[in-house]
Design a protein around this ligand. Structure first.
Ligand SMILES: NC(=[NH2+])NCCC[C@H](N)C(=O)O
Ligand SMILES: [Mn+2]
Ligand SMILES: [Mn+2]
Length: 350
């Protein structure tokens, strides 16, 4: 028996490294709606979750992604428990903090239920709560964050020109930026636990001067539209996954801001920036993440169904749904089904 031990140990390793979630039969997902919009000025983004559902998100997930075990956690709500708390130049600070606290607990619960947590926003300030909750469930060293966005969302209240919290979540979460927030009243429960070494950006094209300085000083990995044009999305997404997690053993949290897509593809969003990702590039990013088998949580944020025409809204919702179903394995199964249909019969086999 002894002589088989190394082989068994090797098999254990092999399984650990190569048998990814893609090989499992049933993917367990938890879906949570977070209709929060106080991280920015435009009303409507709180309607995102409801509209994504009305556009058929859950049916499409079930149709396109094979066997899924979806648990619906419904609509998240919070109580404002720190009404007097404020910091300068951060609008609705008390709401952002109260929401983040309870959201963090909720996401922690969903991840502890052993489900991939899909959070439907809401504006991007909810990333504070979702990422913090994910980290609480798995620990700091086990999470890497892929932030897909036109923006870096790396302002502090002292550098933001808008005072909007949705431009600040990454700065709020980063360990390395903790000293830039000398006081966070009402946020005693919060410790910044994400190292920017475990962060990569894809899709950037509107970065404020201070954000740019921080990214360069801290050596944050980012792949902007120039990189995507030059190297192509496939090379970019593998480089991003390498940089944020060189050993490929962490759970991946994808925070997907719909404004990473070009406004031609996703016009209904509050801070659109031209020159963005094609829908197929967004889909490719999420298929690549799916294939790692290590997707732990995903946020889909900044879909604002009150911006633009009816057809703009339909386009945006459908783009968001395509991206979400790619995250849960759509392409793989779709290709299989299509191939059976398209391929001519093989000669020599009966
Ligand atoms: N999640 C977003 N859409 N963020 C936009 C941020 C825009 C700008 N950088 C700001 O700080 O206000
Ligand atoms: Mn953005
Ligand atoms: Mn964003």
């Amino acid at each position: 028996m002894r002589k088989f031990k190394p082989i068994l140990a090797y098999w254990g390793n092999f399984k650990h490294h190569f048998c990814t979630r893609a090989a499992q039969d049933v993917l367990k997902i938890g879906i949570l709606d977070v209709p929060f919009e106080k991280g920015q000025d435009k009303s409507g983004v709180a309607k995102g979750p409801q509209k994504l559902r009305e556009a058929g998100l859950i049916d499409k997930l079930n149709e396109c992604c094979g066997s899924l075990d979806i648990k619906d956690y419904g609509e998240f709500s919070y109580k404002n428990n720190c009404k007097d708390a404020q910091v300068s130049n951060m609008k609705h600070y008390d709401d952002v903090i109260s929401c983040s606290k309870e959201l963090s607990d909720k996401v922690e619960e969903i991840v502890r239920d052993d489900r991939i947590c899909l959070t439907l926003g809401g504006d991007h300030s909810i990333g504070i709560g979702t990422i913090h909750g994910h980290i609480k469930a798995r620990n700091d060293e086990n999470i890497a964050v892929l932030w897909v966005d036109a923006h870096a969302d790396l302002n502090t209240n002292q550098t933001s020109t808008s005072g909007n919290a949705h431009g600040m979540p990454m700065a709020f979460l980063a360990k390395e930026l903790a000293s830039f927030w000398p006081s966070r009243p009402g946020a005693e429960w919060f410790t910044p636990r994400l190292s920017v070494r475990n962060l990569a950006y894809i899709g950037l094209r509107s970065v404020d001067p201070y954000e740019n300085a921080i990214m360069h000083n801290l050596g944050i990995s980012y792949f902007d539209m120039f990189d995507i044009q030059r190297y192509g999305i496939d090379a970019v997404v593998s480089a991003a996954l390498d940089k944020m997690d060189p050993h490929h053993n962490k759970a991946i949290h994808v925070s997907f801001d719909i404004d990473s897509l070009d406004p031609l593809e996703a016009p209904s969003t509050g801070t659109p920036v031209r020159g963005g990702l094609l829908l197929r590039e967004g889909i490719h990013i999420m298929s690549a993440v799916y294939k790692t088998g290590r997707l732990g949580a995903m946020d889909m944020v900044e879909v604002n169904p009150m911006i633009g025409s009816e057809s703009d809204v339909d386009k945006t919702l459908s783009a968001a749904i395509h991206i979400i179903i790619a995250a849960f394995g759509r392409n793989k199964r779709e290709i299989k089904a299509d191939m059976q249909h398209i391929l001519p019969p093989i000669n020599g086999f009966s």
